[in-house]
Design a protein around this ligand. Sequence first.
Ligand SMILES: [Zn+2]
Length: 250
Amino acid sequence: MKKGDDQMANLEPVYNSEIICPVCEKKIKVAKVRSKFVKLKKQDDDFCPHYESVNPVLYEAWVCSHCGYAAHSTVFDNITPNGRKAILERITSNWTSRDFTGERNYEQALEAFKIVLYNLQVREAPYSEFAKICLRIAWLYRYMNMPEEEERFLKYSYDYYKKVYTRESSKNSDLDEFTIMYIIGVLAKKLNMIKDAVFWFSRLVSFSADPAERSRIKPIILQNAREQIYQLRMEMKNEDNPGDDNKSEN
Ligand SMILES: [Zn+2]
């Protein structure tokens, strides 16, 4: 939305953009990152991105300063009438105005994401939204080098993604069912649940035996799942036979 952009800040990586809050219907400002400043350095196997400088993940949680409605930027307008009612009754009535515009540090981003998480609870949102937000919170703790908190939110995300896979259609999610299986496998691995990780990667690979299913799986996801299984089996073998690497048959 060009019209509401701050006029004087053309060269800044982070700028405020004006939108209408779908809950209180007031004009609000949300912080956005100009894409030309976004330079990806690397990505972890759970898709956590690391950037050269400005990190757009910090700005993905949008919060309305007037009513306390908060959501991931990609689904900010997707509020149901019941969700809106729940927010007005249970969040807006207790809300003290807080400003999340402009540049954010990790703590401010974390606070915004936790307000989103609380909104999801109040709205009884789909598991896919919880899974995604818990994974983002885990990444924030990773950036902040707080491994215990990171693990706690990786576990929440793992549990929610399993619920998305078993109980919820993946049409609710911005990820297809195979990518969800892959993420469950990666999260299990990160949580040191190695057999569980092998199970989910193997399940994904087994779908590829069916040509009709195989065409629906992203090649990179299938390749990564195969590599993960290979690595994990090697690790399990080495743990069974410590110091026996030289005799390994593979
Ligand atoms: Zn609002």
